[in-house]
Design a protein around this ligand. Structure first.
Ligand code: AVJ
Length: 364
């Protein structure tokens, strides 16, 4: 796991200025000035702390292409939801979180806000906060005040995606050492040496766990359990089962942002694989499968469509579908059982007044 060096324009820390000027404060009878003020008075910019970055294993473009093609050739054509998140897709997802119909993000934030002290009391402050679904790091940042982490470790599939956010966050919280880790959650966890020792809290917010079928979710929780020692814990956001109309409108909003988010996956696939999907041919469909307790998203062909790529092609009849995402909705007691099955103890959860979303804590 090679450490990724900071970009060349990142100033090294704790280095003397090129042309030293006489230091200003010290022994002049006044209270010591802050390092920032001293630096400024000495005519050089203050060097604030910088996060560290490490990129672990990452799938290469050939492997990604093969994954997409396997899905396109499958009996039920499918594209993994991980291909939603190119730059535009990530922005569209952020827009989704602002939609009136999409309740999960704001409901979870409200739970963090009201239960922050209770969460800290249970999870313990001063832990190493390992954020497994970092994205824009907003959710973890809201817990800094109550959790006071000894270190913040943000995981994302791409360390590049973390650079700007984590650097900005570091400026706001210079007292918290930060580490950006490029890692794939689907691979076994292997926290590098840069992660501090001490009590760890694995944080998986946003109901990202809902993208996995329960057996896969169990496997992921088991990997977390494997990385956790005694005294460590998990803090996981989980979307809950509720009436179908509320669920479906959260994934089929009036403005059509979720439709754009879903259809954008075809642009990304065209880029990765060189397919010739035409976006006009496909419409967004969201439905609730009550049996499986999941929202399913598909792209449906508006007419007969032939999609081609180098070395292959696939025909879709009008109405034919490509599966793009499952979003599982749990009953609290079932998710607690899943945590216990993965080897965690003593699960508890906090919820909102309507019981729409839950934040679970359990111990390793
Ligand atoms: C990021 C997986 C939690 O399932 O609600 C939102 C993704 N898809 N709208 C979810 C999503 C369509 C989201 N997760």
């Amino acid at each position: 796991m090679p450490a990724v060096p900071n970009p060349p324009n990142t100033p090294p820390q704790n280095k003397a200025p090129q042309t030293p000027l006489p230091p200003l404060n010290h022994h002049n009878g006044h209270a010591a000035a802050s390092p920032a003020l001293v630096a400024l008075a000495n005519g050089r910019p203050h060097r604030p702390p910088q996060p560290e970055f490490v990129q672990q294993y990452r799938e290469d473009s050939g492997a990604l292409r093969e994954q997409v093609l396997a899905g396109l050739r499958a009996g039920q054509a499918a594209i993994s939801p991980k291909f939603f998140y190119d730059v535009l897709g990530s922005r569209l997802f952020e827009a989704i979180t602002d939609l009136p119909e999409y309740y999960p993000t704001r409901t979870e934030a409200a739970i963090f806000a009201s239960a922050g002290p209770a969460i800290a009391a249970r999870a313990g402050s001063g832990c190493v906060l390992v954020d497994l679904g970092a994205g824009n790091c907003e959710k973890a940042a809201r817990l800094f005040g109550s959790l006071r982490p000894a270190q913040y470790v943000a995981l994302d599939i791409s360390v590049e995606f973390l650079r700007a956010t984590l650097s900005a966050l570091q400026q706001q919280h210079p007292e918290i050492p930060m580490l950006g880790l490029g890692a794939d959650l689907c691979a076994p966890f292997d926290l590098p040496f840069n992660v501090k020792r001490g009590r760890r809290l694995f944080f998986y917010p946003g109901s990202s766990i809902g993208n996995f079928a329960p057996v896969e979710a169990l496997a992921l929780l088991q990997r977390m359990r494997g990385a956790a020692g005694r005294g460590d814990g998990v803090l996981i956001g989980v979307d809950l089962h509720k009436d179908e109309a509320t669920l479906v409108s959260a994934y089929d909003d009036a403005l059509g942002v979720t439709a754009a988010f879903n259809r954008n996956v075809l642009r990304n696939v065209n880029r990765i694989v060189g397919t010739d999907f035409s976006l006009d041919d496909w419409r967004h469909v969201a439905s609730f499968d009550r049996q499986a307790s999941r929202i399913q998203m598909h792209l449906q062909a508006c007419r007969e469509v032939r999609v081609q790529w180098e070395g292959g092609a696939r025909e879709f009849a009008a109405g034919g579908r490509i599966h793009t995402e499952d979003s599982y909705k749990y009953r609290p007691e079932d998710f607690a059982l899943l945590l216990e099955a993965a080897g965690f103890d003593d699960p508890v959860y906090w919820t909102d007044p309507r019981g729409w979303f839950a934040v679970f804590h359990a111990r390793g």
